[in-house]
Design a protein around this ligand. Structure first.
Ligand SMILES: Cc1ncc(COP(=O)(O)O)c(C=O)c1O
Length: 357
């Protein structure tokens, strides 16, 4: 703990979040998380393989699979559990996992748990992926990527990755956690935007859909395999029916009403334009707007200065991002008005002026 503190890497518990704070650090992209929901049982009472199967699970899985055009889908209690359980159930010792250097911890942990050989390739690099797949191997190969990187707001060339996987007989696993509901045609994500189908598509309900839990979508044998072998699914109480019900409500709003999606993308454009006018260089595209500072202590000091003036943003430090790339990860939601965005920019301008004074 002392070491973490001296490095500027110690996390401590913040005060409970005030719902009316001017926050630019949530993943509630469509502004659905604060909608009150009731009308479903609290608990599943057992693993779904035992006696935990509920109509709320089945309804949500069917709706998601229909929406994405996959055979089937399977709910998990979180995106972390989905990636951990799925990657470790699919890849076997002797297989090769090719993993983007900036993949989320849950993909990394699932890969490690699988005991397959892991080759980390540079971020967003289909050529490096192809090179990794060309090496002789005896087992299967799995390519893991996010479609909209959670800390960088950028995206891989998914059509190129699909082609590389097809050429080398590898399966493509795409985590669309931050894209679904927001990006792509009708919010169907960036695989849909690229016109490709991954072999395994992971999504969460804890971000744009405003609830919690997650799913894996794909072909019937995939879902049956996960039902049998994804340990974070098999050996865990089924996701709360109340959470599944809330997720389905958020899912229906997000997929049937485009106004929230349009609002968050408008807010993202306005904020990105304003940041550039301040001389900053935000990375990526869309509602995740990273501003890389580099040094963790400086990043925390900036976040604190912004918070003292009423703007809530989160400093992101290693191990969440690579050493030397600490950043403020600014995010916008559909609930941000033009006035909110302009207030946030004013606060940022004030803090930057103080820094240079
Ligand atoms: C890319 C990615 N995958 C998975 C997760 C985990 O999702 P959840 O918050 O539902 O556990 C996250 C969120 O932190 C994420 O950013």
């Amino acid at each position: 703990l002392t070491h973490l503190a001296t490095q500027g890497l110690l996390r401590t518990r913040p005060a409970p979040f005030a719902p009316d704070a001017l926050s630019f650090c949530s993943n509630d992209y469509l502004g659905l998380a604060s909608l009150p929901i009731d009308g479903a049982p609290a608990g599943a009472a057992a693993s779904r393989l035992v006696s935990g199967e509920r109509v709320e699970h089945v309804d949500l899985e069917r709706d998601v699979a229909d929406w994405l055009g996959t055979d089937d889908a399977l709910l998990f209690t979180s995106g972390y559990a989905a990636n951990l359980g799925t990657v470790s159930a699919l890849a076997q010792p002797g297989d090769l996992i090719v993993s983007d250097a900036l993949n989320h911890a849950s993909l990394i942990d699932g890969a490690r748990l699988s005991r397959a050989q892991i080759q980390v390739v540079p971020h967003l690099d289909p050529d490096a992926t192809a090179a990794a797949l060309r090496a002789p191997r005896t087992g299967r190969a799995w390519v893991l990527t996010e479609s909209y990187f959670s800390m960088d707001g950028d995206s891989p060339p998914l059509a190129a990755l699909r082609a590389v996987c097809d050429e080398h007989g590898a399966a493509l696993v795409v985590d669309e956690a931050h894209a679904l509901g927001v990006l792509g045609p009708y919010g169907k994500g960036l695989c849909a935007a690229a016109g490709i189908k991954p072999d395994v598509l992971v999504g969460t309900f804890g971000k744009a859909f405003g609830a919690g839990g997650a799913f894996v979508a794909g072909c019937r044998p995939l879902i049956l395999w996960l039902w049998n072998r994804a340990r974070s699914f098999v050996f865990s109480t089924g996701i709360s029916p109340a959470v599944a019900h809330a997720a389905r409500a958020g899912f229906h709003i997000a997929t049937q009403d485009s106004s929230r999606r349009e609002a968050v993308l408008r807010a993202a454009d306005r904020f990105r334009t304003g940041l550039k006018a301040l001389g900053l260089e935000p990375l990526g595209h869309g509602p995740i707007i990273p501003w890389v500072i580099g040094d963790p202590q400086r990043t925390v000091a900036l976040a604190t200065a912004l918070r003292d003036r009423g703007l809530h943003v989160q400093p992101i430090r290693p191990p969440t991002v690579p050493a030397g790339s600490s950043r403020l990860r600014l995010t916008v939601t559909a609930r941000h008005t033009d006035h909110d965005v302009d207030r946030a920019l004013d606060i940022l301008r004030g803090v930057l002026q103080d820094l240079h004074a």
